[in-house]
Ligand binder design. Structure first.
Ligand code: ATP
Length: 486
């Protein structure tokens, strides 16, 4: 049983990490899944296990759809308190899935017993790839760059805000490249604890460290001949950056705990939402690695810069819903107009989530501007009272909004006559921005942390500090209270 592959769903809580570590100690190869990355099917013996703790309905559905298209038998493990338990149980009965409900804190014996019941062999199906859509000038430039760089082995650095489609672009480059028949392997460098990342990337030998009870392949080895996508490269620790640089320069590495040098033939595509030039200037990112990675930089436009693609994107998301057997949704002219006024801080991912949410609320119907969630309604026609309020607002000095830069904030905040308790004032601003980020991301802490350009763990600390746990989703809140492997 050990030495098989295990699929771990990227959950927003820390449970996926806990279970992945437990699995790793049990001798499995945990492989992360995320919405636009098909499961790496090249990695031999499969015992597919879906670990839930999932609090996000859209992610849960996408995960099930991904598994259903790629694996023919599943063991689905789900936390007893998961909000998606009912949904998964239902999905399980209509697929070749076996459901195991796990209680947390997780007990090693219980986990081992659940895995023992997994189907002993799992066949891989060919996945239907997701389509990168958009015919705006901005997406036209992206597509042209993809076509230009794909045939070469040059490293590509995909830049852009969260949810703009960086991972989809990485996959598109791979799919257009001569490596298309070899694996595309993705790893989120920001989601894996620094001390585990080395073994995740390079693999380890049996006994290399406590709990390494069997030899394990790393992502470089899994991606041999193909492409390795290093997501959130800006979050990689400096010591790890040194090790990565060596592989890029020498095309050689060693598994953790081994003296044997392995050669590798892997194309690297990295992505980050951070400004790596600033990180380099501040000493948080190695300059030599930056230049190695950014041989071919590719900047993804924010959705607000290619709003003309919205109808095409909505149609693509409707098709994805249809493929999952779900209802679709249409938008009236007024609704489309309102959506064009939104700033889309979560970019295409935010649009995709909105389409799915509205398809549930208004199955196969037309959504009007007034049906949209409040923050998407845009500027409403105003009555007389509203018009005088608006005039007063326009006459008043401008207040900073969350889309304005820090420089604007500095310019516009006036020191009150009696002075201000700066610490309390800054804390209030911090709480306000955290609340907004959680609101925009529907309480998903990992996504809110991205918007705030901070580590998820830092945000969790701040939620605790300010007593804001109730603003986060249930599973995240449970994770914050310190659930651990028994
Ligand atoms: N041009 C596009 N066409 C179709 N779907 C898209 C497009 N851009 C993004 N998406 C969809 O939006 C979601 C987010 O995309 P993706 O994960 O590639 O973004 P990202 O920039 O890598 O995000 P992050 O920085 O958070 O990792 C996915 O569901 C993806 O399929």
């Amino acid at each position: 049983m050990p030495n098989s592959n295990v699929l771990i769903i990227e959950s927003d809580g820390t449970r996926a990490d806990i279970v992945a570590s437990a699995m790793q100690f049990m001798g499995y190869f945990p492989q992360r899944w995320n919405a636009s990355t098909p499961i790496d099917t090249s990695a031999g013996d499969w015992r597919a296990v879906y670990i839930g703790g999932i609090d996000d309905a859209a992610l849960c559905d996408e995960a099930v759809a991904a598994m259903d298209t790629q694996l023919d038998q599943l063991l689905v493990m789900v936390g007893a308190d998961s909000p998606q338990l009912g949904r998964l149980t239902k999905v399980g009965s209509s697929h070749a899935a076996q459901i195991e409900v796990l209680d947390f804190p997780l007990r090693y014996e219980r986990l081992a017993e659940a895995v023992r019941r997994a189907p002993s062999t799992t066949t891989i199906k060919t996945a239907a790839p997701l389509k990168l859509v958009g015919s705006s000038a901005a997406m036209g430039r992206v597509n042209a760059l993809i076509r230009q760089v794909a045939p070469f082995d040059s490293s590509v650095l995909v830049l852009g805000e969260s949810g703009t489609g960086k991972e989809m672009v990485a996959r598109a480059i791979h799919d257009c490249s001569p490596r298309r028949d070899k694996p595309f392997v993705a790893i989120n460098c920001g989601a894996i604890p620094a001390e585990l990342l080395e073994s995740e990337l390079f693999g380890h030998e049996k006994g290399a460290f406590t709990g390494a009870i069997s030899t394990r392949k790393g992502r470089f080895e899994m991606a041999e001949g193909g492409t390795l996508f290093l997501d959130e490269i800006g979050d990689m620790s400096l010591p790890m950056q040194v090790k990565l640089l060596r592989v890029l320069q020498e095309r050689m590495y060693e598994r953790v705990g081994s003296n044997r040098t392995q050669r590798c033939d892997v194309r690297i595509i990295a992505a980050t939402h951070r400004n790596l030039e600033v990180a380099t200037a501040e000493g948080r990112f190695r300059e030599d690695l930056f230049y190695r990675l950014s041989v071919f930089p590719l900047e993804m436009p924010a959705l607000r810069e290619h709003l003309d693609d919205m109808p095409e994107l909505i149609s693509e998301f409707n098709q994805r819903l249809q493929r999952r057997g779900l209802s679709t949704v249409r938008f009236s002219g007024s609704a489309m107009q309102a959506l064009r006024q939104h700033t889309w801080p979560g970019n295409v991912r935010e649009l995709s989530n909105l389409v799915e949410r509205l398809a549930i609320l208004y199955p196969n119907s037309e959504v009007r501007a007034n049906d949209l969630p409040e923050k998407y309604r845009g500027v409403q026609p105003i009555d007389e009272a509203g018009s005088s309020i608006l005039r007063a607002m326009l006459d008043a000095p401008a207040k900073p909004t969350n889309t304005q830069s820090r420089v604007n904030l500095e310019a516009e905040v006036l020191l009150p006559e009696g002075g201000v308790d700066l610490k309390d004032h800054l804390a209030d601003i911090e709480v306000g921005l955290i609340r907004q980020a959680l609101d925009i991301t529907d309480g998903v802490v990992a996504h809110a942390a991205k918007l705030l350009h901070m580590q998820r763990t830092t945000l969790v600390e701040k939620l605790r500090k300010y007593g804001l746990q109730s603003c986060a989703r249930a599973a995240d809140a449970a994770a914050q209270s310190g659930t651990a492997v028994a």
